[in-house]
Design a binder for this molecule. Structure first.
Ligand code: VGL
Ligand code: ZN
Length: 313
């Protein structure tokens, strides 16, 4: 198969649910071709095409999907860290019907619920700032620190930390999932933020990327290729989870209308960063056809090709 034929294949592959081809960037096409053209002879021979088929085309047409529902917990909706009281003034409860509708109508291969799950003495709580030593570079001193301030805790490594009201305390009402959120059988559950001395926004790793929740391994064991992320808060835990999903090599999709966040500018930055890393930001109405492999995005094809490049070296 020549570069030109590969281009034709990509035009057939990357189409939306009504068969309309997506625009393909010529430079990215050439880059993807070179991932499969191992011997660089400008042609995909039998072996090279076999690998292109099994590692790339198959995933594009038959993705294995996980739906990650991040921290849809009472405290973030109408409890101590209710996001409606923060700058963006978004209503956390609005994610619930959108997520429930997706769970009711779309057959995800894997569903994951994550929960923020803190001990009483967690260092992210503004009430605990005097309990842990700050590093001299901390922009705010312990005595004057208030909610939403950023401090730097001492330690190895030193840790930047935004201070929050106490929230999602283990086994409290605030840590429970919203009572109307649909719970499906066979889901995976990730609790994070147990360690009092480090925060864990992401469902994959803590904020210093030292401890691993095992989510990546569990998704890989199930053959997951595509991760759809939603929940609360867009610019905090949802964003950190989506960012780590991309780092881990998953094709990553943010379901925008199934997320609510804290700060308008940060929400916008997060979406830009996801797109820069070859993730996509979509609406919940677009999820089903992507899960079914009828809407096939070039960004995700490119992301997978780049991942194959990294892992084959
Ligand atoms: C979160 C602030 C503090 C979140 C967790 O789930 O987005 N935000 N802890
Ligand atoms: Zn937290």
């Amino acid at each position: 198969m020549s570069v030109v034929e590969f281009g034709g294949l990509c035009r057939a592959l990357f189409r939306n649910d009504v068969g309309k081809p997506y625009h393909l960037d010529a430079r990215k096409l050439a880059e993807m071709f070179s991932v499969f053209d191992k011997n660089e002879d400008g042609y995909l021979d039998r072996e090279e095409f076999k690998m292109c088929w099994s590692k790339w085309i198959k995933t594009i047409v038959r993705p294995v999907s996980a739906f990650l529902i991040v921290d849809v917990q009472n405290d973030f909706i109408n409890g101590s860290l209710a996001i409606c009281n923060f700058q963006a003034q978004q209503k956390g409860e609005e994610v619930v019907p959108v997520i429930n509708e997706a769970l009711d109508t779309i057959k995800f291969d894997v569903v994951v619920y994550s929960m923020d799950w803190h001990p009483n003495d967690h260092l992210s709580f503004v009430t605990n700032v005097l309990k842990y030593p700050l590093h001299p570079t901390s922009p705010v001193k312990a005595e004057e620190a208030k909610t939403c301030d950023k401090v730097v805790y001492d330690g190895d490594p030193i840790k930047e930390q935004i201070l929050w009201p106490p929230h999602c305390i283990q086994d409290s009402w605030g840590a429970e999932l919203h009572p109307d959120l649909k719970i499906v059988d066979g889901a995976l559950w990730i609790k994070k933020g147990h360690n009092p001395e480090i925060d864990s926004y992401s469902a994959f790793f803590d904020n210093a990327k030292i401890s691993d929740t095992g989510l990546s391994r569990q998704l890989r064991q199930r053959g997951v290729t595509d991760v759809f992320v939603c929940g609360i808060a867009t610019d905090v835990c949802v964003g950190a989870t989506a960012t780590h999903a991309l780092d881990e090599g998953f094709r990553t999709i943010l379901v925008d209308d199934a997320c609510r966040g804290v700060c308008t500018d940060e929400i916008e930055k997060l979406k830009q960063n996801i797109m820069k890393a070859n993730g996509v930001v979509i609406n919940s109405t677009e999820v089903k056809s992507m899960v079914q492999g009828r809407d096939r995005r070039p960004e995700l094809g490119y992301k997978l090709a780049m991942r194959l490049q990294e892992t084959s070296q």
